[in-house]
Design a protein around this ligand. Structure first.
Ligand SMILES: *[C@@H]1O[C@H](CO)[C@@H](O)[C@H](O)[C@H]1NC(C)=O
Ligand SMILES: *[C@@H]1O[C@H](CO)[C@@H](O)[C@H](O)[C@H]1NC(C)=O
Ligand SMILES: *[C@@H]1O[C@H](CO)[C@@H](O)[C@H](O)[C@H]1NC(C)=O
Length: 296
């Protein structure tokens, strides 16, 4: 190992040598330009068209190509420029670019039909799923049932009937982010009725207890006295290296004795430590002492 001073000198010399050698990526063949260290043909590169970092397409609007350094859209036109590049909307249907770039449709004419903004057909309602607009029949649209944001649980056979989600026989409608179809006889989160949850299991619409001495946590029976993931109570996770003993996380990377815990990287007995009294960082006021975890 070199002495520190010599090491620094060696580093400086190496650094200089490095700076003097031109970097390979910056020497591009004629006609190519270095963009972010890579040689690019700005005449044809759809990600660097006419200039480094000028893309001809956006992930939401694919299809743009680069010809002679200019973006060309599938319709043969130049598309629309935005802050960081170019993109290719469908002017016939795009509600932001209806009939031309930056011609957004308004809320009373929210659809773009054939390049012209138009109101929703009679008795339908403008809903905005993702980026588009859908004129929904709220009385029968499974994705927009009764209101725009109400979706029925089609995966479980739910349907929109008369503006309300209905479920197959024996399943109950439980509202949430969508109107779920639930078997309340066996669903742990909706046992007997919607939102009545069981810690362990649901059978016949009733919560089932764990065997004696065990506690239900997220559908499993466990012993809170020694479960590192559920120590003392459900979801109380012991830190890496700690163990759950009698329902308390003890020990740790520092190997603290059992009656101590880690506060600011030290093993502390919070029962009698004036800086960490009862818990880490709970300092006793001047003149008080920590006794049994309380400042007195
Ligand atoms: C859209 O426009 C074309 C011609 O520009 C026309 O033939 C067609 O009928 C129009 N469609 C609608 C739905 O208006
Ligand atoms: C909406 O759906 C209902 C039920 O299917 C139907 O009777 C009604 O005609 C629909 N309305 C429109 C505007 O499509
Ligand atoms: C509904 O529950 C009844 C009684 O528990 C049962 O006989 C019937 O097969 C169930 N129907 C469906 C569609 O699951």
């Amino acid at each position: 190992m070199l002495p520190l001073k010599l090491q620094l000198v060696a580093l400086t010399v190496l650094g200089l040598a490095h700076a003097l050698v031109p970097r390979q990526a910056e020497t591009c063949s004629p006609g190519l330009f270095s963009c972010d260290g890579k040689c690019r043909d700005l005449q044809t590169d759809a990600q660097n068209c006419g200039a480094c970092g000028w893309p001809c397409a956006h992930s939401l609007y694919p299809g743009g190509t680069c010809e002679n350094g200019k973006c060309v859209c599938p319709d043969g036109g130049p598309g629309c420029a935005y802050d960081f590049g170019n993109y290719c909307p469908d002017f016939f249907s795009d509600i932001i670019n209806c009939g031309g770039c930056n011609r957004a449709c308004s809320s009373d004419q929210p659809t773009c039909v054939n390049g012209t903004c138009a109101p929703c057909p009679e008795d339908t309602f403008a809903c905005f799923p993702d980026l588009g607009v859908k004129c929904a029949n709220l009385s029968s649209d499974d994705e927009h049932c009764g209101q725009c944001f109400a979706a029925c649980d089609t995966a479980a056979g739910g349907k929109c009937v008369g503006g309300e989600c209905v479920c197959p026989a024996n399943l109950s409608v439980c509202p949430g982010l969508s109107y779920l179809c639930i078997d309340t006889q066996s669903d742990r989160a909706h046992c007997g009725r919607c939102f009545q949850s069981c810690p362990y299991k649901c059978e016949g619409g009733k919560c089932i207890d764990c065997p004696h001495g065990l506690t239900g946590c997220d559908g499993e029976c466990t012993n809170l006295a020694n479960d590192n993931g559920n120590c003392g109570k459900c979801r109380n996770l012991c830190s890496t290296g700690q163990n759950c003993v009698d329902g308390t996380c003890v020990g740790g990377p520092s190997g603290c004795p059992r009656d101590q815990e880690v506060c600011s990287d030290e093993c502390i007995n919070v029962q009698n430590d004036n800086r960490h009294c009862g818990a880490c960082e709970k300092q006793c006021a001047a003149g008080k002492n920590c006794v049994n975890g309380k400042c007195v």
